[in-house]
Design a protein around this ligand. Structure first.
Ligand code: GLA
Length: 871
């Protein structure tokens, strides 16, 4: 179990799970992350070697106090700190990362404030510290770094997509930060999944906001918005924020616009809302005379290294003081988690997010998606665990470009799909997109068939993290699903970007044919609709007999990290009542189903929000043991499900699907427990007391349910059920195997009746009675696993006498499933009373065959369906 747990949780915000981790990993302190952001001055232009006076070499050599001696190591080289790491992005040397030392300025030959800032916080906080430095020179906060809330109440008017667009560098800054946070194991050696705390933010910029009057005037207000937006986008409402004023000529600077910027910066500390959480360092004392400059440049602090050392030191000290104040008043920054560096899984627990289809269908555009992203943050959904924002069908233009690439619909997404991704990333969310493996999507837009590599590459270039791949028109491809998905899987690997692949195939048996070799989740059902019966039908494909032989009791044994049974996206918020919305959410939770919210978040009521963010309910879905719930009782519209959890307890769903009010009792023996056990109501988040041997949910009305947790945390794990062994669903012996003696692994339509007609009578075909067979009602598709063991398939088929007069049915045998379109046998249209047809066909080396009976409410019989194996 430990390996499962340890490999969990990439890039996520799951607070509950975080808590669980925090407890588990309490021996290891989370990494402290400080963000250093801004413009040229934060980039850093303090010369290390260049010139004579005022460079770093000179400063260290002339240092009387000994303060800087640790900047060199025993060999006289620039020293590297073992406990402070840095990741720096900017337009000059692009990404640099490693142990903190001199050389992380704008160039490898310069320093900025990071060097001394890192020393101060490194000395103070021991353990591991990471500095994320994200800077671009020559920018202003009135345009480039303009924070969304300073543009309008609803943020940017249009998504920034290129340099000079309003907010372009604000978005880039935030997405940079998240990119590093999501991949800590790449930047912090020995990162062990101990999580991180965004500990503070330091801002230092140059003079671009004084260049024009308008920018100058708006500066103070822009800065206030910057602080607020950064905090909200990082999910840290009281994040300590330190600002170093924009010094130009020290105290001599009398330029009114320079003074106005500095005064605006100094004013931040006096805002009542920023008391004890923002602090400003006046840098004018750190100005060094031009004569001491290693380079003849009057701005960028004359490129004097000492100025940058002093600025960094004072920013570091201001940060430490601010944090001490916050500690004294018990202000706590949340602790987040990231996967361990050796995580093998893209989705160690079911993916959680929002998808556009159920809310908007084709009617999506940039503005709506931006609003959704904003609400995912402001509503608390992101912090509750909603990580993916997925754009479904109809984002693309009707034509590819001249290079054969997909392009955005230019009216809906005028700034292109990369801008959408950047914005989503800047909110700490992951970017999901839709395509289809047919030549067209389900909405008749360009599909990816025969453009697999080029499309996956476009997605990677746009920063996509999650691909929903649909199946409309894919039957024309002539490829089995496994062959089709192999192409996509390889195309994704070729891009080098990890992207989750969601198999959307209307529930065509991916758990059987090996979906987990190519993707991370697969549909188990047809499309869900906003009606409770549709919700139940979809749930039944994953949790019941809707899509597999009843002996399996649902698909639970095929679920686990990167292998999720997907009964389709949520209709929570779109159903008739809160009772229905709740039962939907509980079902998806207990079935460890991917949670893709599908409501219009812009109109979400508090009640609905409380459902989809219900902490304890979501935690059941995300439990790191990853055991899918299974049904332990079903009768007269009453159902009970059980999901054994990682903490020694188990979650139980008691559901009344019927019309009559009912009491529902779960016996401890049904859920692997005994004796006296504590019970907690997961919706009320309330302990209900201890109960002996059973618990009764009283008076549950129509569609009402109770979701409880039973048992004591820390007890030995509650045992789950025993999986069905392979020999029961696989041809595994030589000689004859009747298909009615093994379990089909996937089913669509009506379940067959084994060894009887559909009505339960003895099968009679012609004059012959068959003790083995399958009685079917159209439509009925069953997939059987031959495992390459069988040589021939034989059967006798005929329409059942009970079929209506003149009705037509058709028997087909296909390779694996319908997508390949590989028909091995076709009876053609058969009428009631037509003569039996004998089948004897070659099935050598096949992994699966599909028996299909189609027609309109007609009945048929497969007599003696069997395979003969010579192996
Ligand atoms: C199919 C899928 C749906 C949705 C639509 C989009 O029906 O199953 O989830 O993606 O296509 O056209």
């Amino acid at each position: 179990m430990n390996t499962q747990i340890n490999s969990c949780f990439k890039n996520s915000f799951f607070f509950l799970i975080t808590l669980f981790f925090a407890l588990k990993a309490s021996a290891q302190e989370p990494i402290k992350v400080f963000i250093l952001a801004g413009q040229s001055n934060m980039q850093g232009h303090g010369e290390m070697e260049k010139g004579e006076k005022g460079n770093l070499n000179w400063v260290v050599n002339n240092d009387k106090t000994g303060k800087y001696k640790n900047l060199r190591d025993a060999n006289g080289e620039w020293a590297k700190r073992d406990d402070v790491y840095i990741h720096a992005t900017d337009k000059f040397d692009s990404i640099k990362s490693g142990k903190l030392s001199a050389g992380y300025g704008a160039y490898a030959t310069t320093i900025g404030p990071e060097l001394e800032f890192g020393r101060v916080v490194g000395d103070q906080y021991g353990n591991k510290v990471l500095l994320i430095k994200t800077t671009w020179g020559g920018k202003s906060i009135n345009v480039d770094f303009r924070p969304p809330s300073s543009v309008s109440d609803s943020g940017y008017v249009s998504l920034p997509s290129k340099p000079k667009d309003t907010g372009y560098y604000y978005v880039k800054m935030l997405s940079n930060i998240y990119e590093v946070l999501d991949n800590l194991h790449d930047y912090v050696p020995d990162y062990n999944g101990e999580g991180y705390e965004i500990s503070g933010f330091a801002w230092h910029q140059g003079w671009n906001d004084r260049v024009n009057k308008e920018a100058n005037k708006a500066y103070e207000e822009n800065l206030v918005h910057l602080i607020k937006d950064v905090r909200s986008d990082l999910g840290t409402p009281t994040l300590p924020f330190v600002i170093a004023t924009t010094g130009m000529k020290g105290w001599e600077d009398k330029d009114p616009r320079a003074l106005s910027i500095m005064n605006a910066q100094l004013a931040m500390a006096n805002y009542p809302e920023f008391k004890d959480n923002v602090s400003v360092v006046d840098t004018r004392d750190f100005y060094k005379e031009r004569a001491d400059s290693p380079a003849n440049q009057f701005y960028h602090w004359n490129r004097n290294a000492e100025s940058y050392l002093l600025i960094g030191e004072s920013l570091g000290k201001a940060m430490v003081d601010l944090k001490a104040k916050q500690t004294a008043s018990n202000v706590i920054q949340p602790i987040r988690n990231v996967a361990r560096y050796d995580s093998d899984f893209l989705t160690p627990t079911p993916p959680v997010g929002w998808n556009s289809w159920n809310a908007f269908e084709k009617d999506i555009d940039e503005n709506k998606i931006k609003q959704i992203a904003d609400i995912m943050v402001s509503s608390g959904m992101r912090d509750a665990g909603y990580k993916f924002l997925v754009l479904d069908d109809a984002w693309m233009a009707a034509e590819r470009n001249e290079n054969g690439q997909l392009v955005a619909d230019s009216i809906k997404f005028p700034n292109g799909m990369k801008a959408v991704g950047d914005y989503i990333h800047s909110k700490g969310l992951k970017y999901g997109i839709y395509e289809c493996r047919g030549d067209l999507t389900c909405q008749n837009l360009p599909g990816s068939f025969e453009h697999e590599e080029i499309d996956m590459q476009s997605f990677a270039d746009w920063g996509v993290d999650y691909i929903k791949l649909d199946a409309c028109f894919a039957k024309k491809n002539g490829r089995l699903s496994s062959e089709d998905f192999d192409v996509y899987h390889k195309a994704i690997l070729k891009t080098g970007r990890p992207m989750v692949l969601s198999i959307s195939d209307f529930g065509s048996g991916a758990w059987a044919w090996g979906g987990k070799n190519y993707g991370e989740l697969w549909r188990t059902s047809g499309d869900i609709f906003p009606r409770i019966q549709s919700v139940y039908r979809c749930a039944e494909t994953s949790g019941g007999n809707g899509a597999i032989h009843p002996a399996f009791n649902g698909l639970w044994q095929f679920a686990g990290p990167d292998s999720w049974n997907d009964p389709d996206m949520l209709q929570v918020g779109n159903l008739k009542s809160i009772t229905e919305d709740k039962v939907h959410f509980s079902l998806w939770s207990i079935l460890a189903a991917p949670i893709m919210a599908g409501n219009d978040l812009r109109e979400m009521s508090d009640e609905v929000k409380n459902i989809i963010t219900a902490k304890e309910v979501l935690a059941i879905n995300q439990d790191p043991r990853t055991h899918q719930g299974y049904r332990v009782y079903e009768k007269d519209s009453i159902e009970i499900y059980n999901k054994p959890l990682s903490d020694g307890t188990t979650a139980v769903l008691m559901l009344n699907k019927g019309e009559k009010i009912a009491d529902i009792t779960v016996l401890w023996e049904q859920i692997g427990l005994a004796g006296k056990q504590p019970v907690r109501d997961l919706w009320l988040e309330k302990d209900l007391g201890e109960f002996n041997e059973s618990f009764t949910a009283k008076k549950l009305g129509k569609h009402e349910h109770l979701l409880i947790k039973v048992g004591t945390i820390g007890s030995p794990l509650v045992a789950g059920p025993t999986p069905i062994t392979e020999d029961k669903y696989t041809v595994s012996k030589s000689g004859t195997t009747y298909l009615s003696d093994i379990y089909y692994m996937a089913k669509k339509g009506n379940a067959p009746v084994e060894d009887k007609t559909f009505h339960g009578e003895k099968i009679k075909i012609g004059r012959k009675k068959f003790s083995k067979g399958l009685g079917v009602k159209s439509n009925a598709e069953m997939m059987y696993r031959l495992n390459g063991r069988a040589d021939r398939f034989q059967a006798t088929v005929q329409m059942d006498r009970s079929s209506p007069k003149d009705s037509i049915g058709r028997f087909q045998v296909m390779v694996e499933e319908k997508f390949g379109g590989r028909v091995l046998f076709d009876s053609g249209k058969m009428k009631r009373g037509d003569k039996p047809v004998e089948i004897d066909i070659d099935v050598k080396d096949l992994e699966f065959i599909l028996l299909d009976f189609s027609g309109k409410k007609v009945f048929g019989n497969w007599g003696d369906p069997k395979v003969i194996s010579n192996k």
